[in-house]
Design a protein around this ligand. Structure first.
Ligand code: FEO
Length: 396
């Protein structure tokens, strides 16, 4: 495994092959927690790993340098997948100074006993000379937490971007040109959709600042390091930050006695008469992680639930809770669903959630009492056609 980014700069992170849940994100491809060692006149560790990998992390560092030779540890982001291993590192290298911004110091102090740590608090734009190289710090609030920060090394044109441009993707390879491009770009999309979609505006500001830098390599804190496909991932991120619609529609639903499913199928039939990509998800069989990834760049979405106990089917409620928290933008759609003796809940509640999500409603909910009649199924087909026609305009 090649772990050398540049002469004197190495990956010293950990590969988490088996993780399958990351605060609700179904990480079917595992993940990595990337940490980097820079050896110069001053030696630096950039970011840490999850707590349970601390021993392996320290062992990997020691294959390259004695721990008492580490001068600085940079913490770009205090979330425990990157900071959990830092108490172990700071205890093993007590001479090292922790470099981070003020918000990160506050956050680390709330997570760990940091009473023995030496601190070097930096502000946006500060630099520290390592000898041949310089560390330059750029605050990137809400990418992904308020304390998030990039570290840039101008001499190597290397950006340590913490969560930004990352992927939850476990692989024995460390670089973007060692993996299929379509796979890693999809993983970067899934990561963006499920972790930071709600922070599109601050990420757009961060992209603008990154555009001012001369970058030859982007080293995120998850997944592969970008060195051959920087242009491609930056282009994708420009689309992600505005949830740029494509010619794609989504029908997602839960069903009780098949009535809402029949309505969903009729909507899909109508949409498929148009020249669009269509995705069809029963939330019983599709995890919200996959749906969120596809919603990121869809144009329109139809969401259905029958009424259950004057409310929604629980799995649809859970999927919408997850999705609404991620705040996708630039979408149109409508609600649908069956009901028995009360129109409370079901399609009405779905519509209320869609309104809160600022999904532009194309029309009132489509409802069927108990079982959809042929007329209601035709209404669903017609609504599906309208959904598809709207999405068609976004074809390349
Ligand atoms: Fe990879 Fe926001 O932590």
């Amino acid at each position: 495994m090649n772990t050398t980014l540049k002469e004197g700069i190495d990956w010293v992170g950990c590969i988490d092959w088996t993780v399958r849940d990351f605060h609700g994100y179904k990480t079917e491809s595992g993940s990595t927690y990337n940490s980097y060692l820079i050896r110069d006149e001053k030696n630096v560790i950039i970011d840490g790993v999850k707590a349970r990998f601390t021993e392996a992390f320290l062992n990997r560092i020691q294959t390259l340098i004695e721990l008492d030779k580490i001068d600085y540890v940079v913490c770009n982001h205090a979330e425990p997948d990157h900071s959990g291993g830092l108490p172990g590192l700071m205890a093993a290298a007590p001479q090292a100074e922790m470099i981070c911004n003020k918000k990160c110091k506050d956050t680390l102090e709330k997570h760990f006993d940091t009473s023995a740590w030496k601190w070097h608090v930096v502000e946006d734009g500060d630099t520290i000379s390592l000898g041949k190289r310089t560390l330059s710090f750029i605050n990137t609030p809400m990418v992904h937490w308020p304390e998030s920060m990039f570290t840039y090394v101008p001499e190597d044109k290397l950006l340590f971007s913490m969560d930004a441009f990352g992927q939850h993707y476990a692989t024995a390879f460390r670089f973007d040109d060692e993996e299929p491009l379509d796979v890693i770009l999809h993983e970067a999309k899934a990561y963006y959709a499920n972790i930071v979609m709600l922070y599109g505006r601050p990420i757009a500001q961060t992209l603008a600042r990154a555009a001012e830098l001369d970058i030859e390599m982007i080293a995120p804190s998850h997944g592969v390091i970008w060195r051959s496909h920087i242009k491609e991932v930056l282009e994708e991120y420009k689309k992600f930050v505005v949830c740029k619609p494509t010619a794609k529609i989504i029908v997602m639903y839960a069903t009780m006695w098949d009535s809402t499913e029949k309505m969903a199928e009729a909507i899909l039939e109508g949409a498929q008469e148009c020249n669009v990509e269509a995705r069809f998800y029963n939330v019983d069989s599709t995890h919200p992680t996959h749906i969120a990834t596809e919603v990121l760049d869809c144009a329109a979405v139809a969401i259905g639930s029958p009424t259950l106990n004057n409310s929604l089917m629980p799995k649809l409620a859970g999927a919408l809770c997850y999705l609404s928290g991620l705040r996708p933008t630039n979408k149109k759609g409508f609600a649908f669903g069956s009901y028995g003796w009360s129109k409370r809940g079901g399609a009405s509640e779905v519509e209320n959630i869609m309104k809160e999500m600022k999904i532009e409603l194309m029309h009132d909910p489509i409802r069927a009492q108990y079982v959809p009649t042929p007329e209601i199924l035709e209404e669903c087909r017609e609504a599906g056609r309208a959904l598809g026609k709207y999405a068609e305009q976004f074809a390349d």
